[in-house]
Design a protein around this ligand. Sequence first.
Ligand SMILES: Cc1ncc(COP(=O)(O)O)c(C=O)c1O
Length: 454
Amino acid sequence: MPAGEPYPFRCSAAGADDDTDHVLTRVLDPAALPAVGPLKHDFLAAETNPFVKYRKLLASYHAALAGGLGDAEFVALVRRLDDAVAAVDGQGFRVTPFRPRRVLAHELGMPRLWVKDETANVAGSHKARHLMGLAIWLEVQRALGTAGEPRPLAIASCGNAALAAAVVAVAAARPLAVFVPAHADPAVVGRLERLGATLTRCPRQPGAGGDPSYRRFREAVAAGALPFTCQGPENGLVLEGGETLAFEMISVLIEHAVELDVLAVQVGGGALATAVARGFEEARVLGLVRRLPRLVTVQSEGAAPLARAYDLVAERLVAAAGGDPPRGRRARAEWILESVPAAAVEEALRYAAAHRQAFMWPWEQEPRSVATGILDDETYDWLALVRAMLVTGGVPLVVSERVLKEANTLARRFAGIAVDATGSAGLAGLLALAAAGGTAGAEDLAVLSTGVSR
Ligand SMILES: Cc1ncc(COP(=O)(O)O)c(C=O)c1O
């Protein structure tokens, strides 16, 4: 990104209608970071605010320092904003629990099942992490005097992301426009209105594919609003706030000298899984973990555009390699991992990035599932997830409504977490994987319980 750029959110070539997946990705410069020893020290520190604890891995921190702010000023800025969040929501950002759930693991016949519990996070889900990361960036620009004229914030969402955006926007004293579907949950709409957000209802138009709220959100951004959203292609910086979840998991794993074998993450728009996968990848580059867990992504039968895209990339890869892998997604994933050179994988991903519509397009039917938070028409952050699955030997799972409900009952009963069906969808993925024999040999498995049941 150009130094001093206040809004490095979207690739300048995005929207050129060139069928290319333009995503701005922040890249860590290990030379500008502490060595692994001091980093581990930070990871094991008792600090409870994740945006303070992992600040050296935030782009906003480096922008602040490059602009002349000191470490203490950055920390004070984060704590001020966090206090304002607490004044709105009753709580600020704290490291959330990540620990083995023995009763649940025993019930499922798994050796060790680690659960990251986000149900007590700000606004009741992990979503606020994405938006706090972005709000800190915006506050840094304000402090540096580089923000220019005040601009409103915009998001398209009908649930957790909108609630999280509204809480953080009030804390940052910024107006927020929320584009919601015609049939948004009245309880969510009421809370958004009480938080002062400006709501626009966006009915589906017959014959027009894709999410109408998303289209209206894009129009608002084109008119000057800042994308205060949870989709990486709309704003690459939202991913790094989500990465704090992975860093917290890694802190606990370091403490217990454990490496995860399997990580199952529910996928709607894909920002959550992308952020967590990237957090692990960066931690490996920095020497904080030795190997990456197998990434298993989880969607419902109601909408599974990521699984479709993954299959198309994997089939292309197999055809290019001229191989004959065994049948089935898992066997093919292992074959790719063992037999296809990394350069060929990168080449296939480059092709997919430049031919987006051949791999990712809106789900044809209006998506429906008990897991309402993973019903996005498209997996906006799809490409990073396809890569993460290919390089870790993971697979996309598409789970039935029955398994989604069963997982929710199990999480509530045996882990005592008041999670909703979206929040326990990762666990549903593990159930499906285990039923197909895909967890054999795995010692440490993990899921995230992402959203509280309202
Ligand atoms: C509770 C919860 N978990 C998971 C997700 C999926 O996150 P993403 O859309 O980033 O894939 C959502 C999205 O709304 C959610 O609300």
